[in-house]
Design a protein around this ligand. Structure first.
Ligand code: GDP
Ligand code: CA
Length: 316
C-alpha cells in the first residue's frame, strides 16, 4: 500500500510516527512544508523537514517537540557574545550541524530534495521525506507592528519572536506561485492509495504545501482524509487560531474542514469533543468522531489507523 501525507512540524511528525506504527508494511511518502524555512547566520534552516526527520529518526527533543534531544547551546551563546543574533530562534549545537551540512550541499548545487534525502540517510525515518518544492517559498505575515507600523515579517519572526501576539492582517507564501513541486511529489500523489492530512496547521503547513501549483489538483483527485488539529474550538498546542483568524476561518473542526472543502477532503476525523459536528455532518464528506489527542504512541497509532481505514473505506 502507498500512502502520501502532507506534513508541517510537530503535529505532522507525531501523526507520522503513529502512521508508521499503524501501517508498518506501507510505503509512506511525506510531502514536507518548506514555507517556514529561514536563513540564519548564513545557514538554511528547514524547521518542519527537520522536525519530521528528527521525530521519525529518534533524535527529537520529546518534551519540546522540536530540536534535538541532549542539546547544548554553546554556539548560540558565542554568537551572542559577538552581538550576532537573532537570539529568539533557538538553534542548538547538534542542530547547527544539520544546517551546516544542508547549506554546504545547497551551495554545491544540490537541490533541497537531494539534500533532504542525504540528511535522511543518517536518520532513517522509515518514510520517504520530500520537500514540497526545491524552489524558495517563504511564508510572510503582514502585521501592524506596535513599534514599527504596518510591515511584512518572516513567518518565524511573527510566530517565534512575537508568539503571534500581534494580529496578522494577511499571510502569504512568497514565491509559491512560481514554485514547482519537487521531483517525486506529483508521482507519489498519483500513485497513492490514500492521501492523509495529519493534524498540521491548515494555513501555514498544509495550506502552504497546497499553494504550490499542481499539488492541490493532484491531491484533490485522490481519496483524502484529514485529522482535525482543532479540538473543542482551540488548537491542541500552538497558535493555529491566529493563522485561521488571519484568513477569516473560524477556529473549529467544522470550519477547517469546510475551508479545505469537499473538493479536497473525502473524510474528516474530529475529536469526541466535536461529536456534534460528526452527527450534523458536513456536506460532501464523511465525518467521524473519535479521540484525537496524540498523547502516547498507542493512541497516536490508533488515530492514524482510523484515518487510513476511513480513506480505504471511501476509496472509489
Ligand atoms: P508546526 O509546524 O510545528 O506548527 O506543526 P504542524 O503544523 O504539523 O502542527 C501544528 C498543529 O498540530 C497545531 O495546530 C495543533 O493544534 C496540532 N496538534 C498538536 N498536537 C495535537 C494532538 O495531540 N491532536 C491533534 N488532533 N492535533 C494536535
Ligand atoms: Ca511549521
Amino acid at each position: 500500500m502507498r500512502i502520501v501525507a502532507l506534513a508541517g512540524g510537530i503535529g505532522g511528525a507525531r501523526f507520522l510516527r503513529g502512521l508508521r506504527a499503524a501501517a508498518p508494511e506501507a510505503e509512506i511518502t511525506v510531502i514536507g512544508n518548506t514555507g517556514d524555512d529561514i536563513s540564519l547566520f548564513g545557514l538554511r534552516v528547514c524547521p518542519d523537514l527537520d522536525t519530521v526527520m528528527y521525530t521519525l529518526g529518534g533524535g527529537i527533543n520529546e518534551e519540546q517537540g522540536w530540536g534535538r534531544a541532549d542539546e547544548s547551546f554553546t554556539v548560540k551563546e558565542e554568537l551572542l557574545a559577538y552581538g550576532v543574533g537573532p537570539s529568539w530562534f533557538g538553534l542548538g549545537d547538534r542542530d547547527f550541524a544539520t544546517h551546516i551540512v544542508r547549506t554546504q550541499m545547497l551551495a554545491a548545487g544540490y537541490p533541497l530534495s537531494a539534500v533532504t534525502e542525504a540528511l535522511c540517510d543518517r536518520w532513517k525515518p522509515g518514510v520517504r521525506l520530500i520537500p514540497m518544492t526545491d524552489d524558495q517559498v517563504e511564508t510572510h505575515v503582514v502585521i501592524d507592528d506596535p513599534e514599527r507600523g504596518r510591515r511584512a515579517v518572516h513567518f518565524q519572526e511573527w510566530w517565534v519572536r512575537m508568539r503571534a501576539s500581534v494580529p496578522a492582517e494577511s499571510i502569504a507564501a512568497v514565491g509559491a506561485e512560481d514554485a514547482k513541486p519537487a521531483p517525486g511529489v506529483l508521482d507519489a500523489v498519483r500513485e497513492a492509495d490514500a492521501v492523509l492530512f495529519p493534524p498540521s496547521n491548515p494555513v501555514v503547513s498544509i495550506g502552504t504545501i497546497l499553494s504550490v501549483p499542481g499539488i492541490r489538483e493532484a491531491v484533490a483527485a485522490k481519496t483524502v482524509v484529514g485529522v482535525s488539529p482543532i479540538i473543542g474550538g482551540a488548537p491542541v498546542r500552538g497558535m493555529a487560531d491566529a493563522c485561521l483568524t488571519a484568513i477569516g476561518v473560524e477556529t473549529s473542526a467544522r470550519a477547517v474542514a469546510e475551508h479545505y472543502g469537499p473538493d479536497l477532503l473525502d473524510g474528516w476525523l474530529v475529536d469526541e469533543a466535536d461529536a456534534a459536528t460528526a452527527e450534523e455532518g458536513i456536506e460532501g464528506m464523511a465525518v467521524r468522531s473519535r479521540p484525537l489527542l496524540m498523547s502516547d504512541p498507542e493512541s497516536t497509532a490508533a488515530i492514524a489507523r482510523a484515518a487510513l481505514d476511513l480513506a480505504l473505506e471511501l476509496k472509489r
